[in-house]
Design a protein around this ligand. Structure first.
Ligand code: DAH
Length: 339
């Protein structure tokens, strides 16, 4: 009898159950009326008197450990029933949907990439600017009508503090602190007091470019921007320059690229001209160099500024600017494969 009980004790010790049904079978096997424990008690009358004490203790020990086992397994199953019955692997990684880059970030990174290949660094400036950096140093005289070109969000008046209306303010900040040679582009957010529509927004993004050194000419400007347009829109892209006006450049121009939607044949995006304007540019006005303490007799430079939204719309054939700011997943998820 002793070896039998010790065998049962080992069995109870080793027993595991991952369901209530298996645990119930175990209880019936040992504790039900016809189970092993009552059978041992029934046999007890045949045990020799000198062994009774030891056998009685062993049978009670067996009964106690069966009961303890049932309670502890039951507790485990009740606190995490799913885990026990479904064999869940808790070490598996969580299901997390993959994000994608915003189209404006994709195009901004493309632009940075293209200019960094020809030696341009990236510089940044504050979004809240004073009058000097946004206007005065850029050759906008006080009360000059050129200031009306840009509808400004003022934060404070006298002295004027405003949200920057263009990233040209970063040119000023770079030239104030760096002597030529300077070759830098400045991507960033800009703000204008404009009604929101499919073609305009009060917040948008620009990239400013600046190149200042000895002997910089308009030919350098043209070749740099020609290289840029071909890299961004493809080898067959054509460019043309039209005279324009900006207070901070002289001479000034605007650059058009051949419409990459109709290939120059004419469509509603290029208003049937075959050309779309993508940036303003020019030779840095000597007054601007002098405002920033750069010797305009020794150095010349060119500058350019482009809107990232406009270029992204052309590149991906997007016809409403508001889509960039609405965070609609149906729109954003289309750019998953792009980067
Ligand atoms: N700052 C101009 C704008 O916001 C863009 C621009 C034009 C920048 C000509 C330049 C430039 O640096 O040379 O419309």
């Amino acid at each position: 009898m002793k070896t039998k009980i010790e065998e049962y004790l080992r069995e109870v010790d080793d027993f595991k159950a991952d369901s209530i049904e298996k645990l119930e079978e175990f209880r019936i096997k040992f504790l039900s009326k016809k189970g092993l424990v009552p059978a041992l008690f029934a046999d007890f009358k045949n045990v020799a008197p000198e062994e009774r004490k030891e056998m009685g203790q062993l049978i009670n020990k067996l009964k106690g450990s069966v009961q303890e086992k049932i309670v502890s397994i039951k507790e485990g199953l009740e606190t995490s029933p799913d885990v026990a019955s479904a064999h869940l692997d808790l070490s598996l990684p969580a299901h997390a949907p993959l994000g994608s880059r915003h189209p404006l970030s994709i195009v901004r990174n493309d632009i940075i990439d293209i200019f960094s290949r020809i030696g341009f660094t990236v510089s940044e400036g504050p979004e809240i600017e004073d009058d000097f950096h946004n206007f005065t140093a850029l050759n906008f005289p006080p009360d000059h009508p050129a200031r009306d070109m840009q509808d400004t969000f003022f934060i404070e008046k006298d002295p004027d503090i405003a949200l920057r209306t263009h990233t040209s303010s970063v040119q000023v900040r770079v030239m104030e602190t760096t002597q030529p040679p300077i070759r830098t582009i400045s991507p960033g957010r800009v703000f204008r007091n404009e009604a929101i529509s499919a073609r305009a927004h009060c917040i948008f993004h620009q990239v400013e470019g600046l190149y200042v050194d000895t002997n910089v000419s308009f030919a350098d400007l043209k070749q740099t921007l020609f290289y840029f347009a071909k890299e961004l829109f493809g080898e067959g892209t054509k460019t043309r320059f039209r005279p324009s006006y900006f207070p901070f450049t002289e001479p000034s121009a605007e650059m058009d690229v051949s419409c990459n939607i109709c290939g120059g044949k004419g469509c509603n995006v290029c208003k049937y001209t075959g050309w779309v304007e993508i940036l303003g540019c020019g030779m840095v006005d000597p007054n601007v160099l002098e405002s920033c303490k750069i010797d305009s007799k020794k150095y010349t430079g060119f500058a350019f500024g482009m809107g990232i939204e406009r270029i992204t719309m052309l590149k991906y054939q997007i016809n409403d600017l508001r889509l960039f700011f609405e965070n609609d997943l149906k729109f954003l998820e289309q750019f998953k494969a792009s980067y």
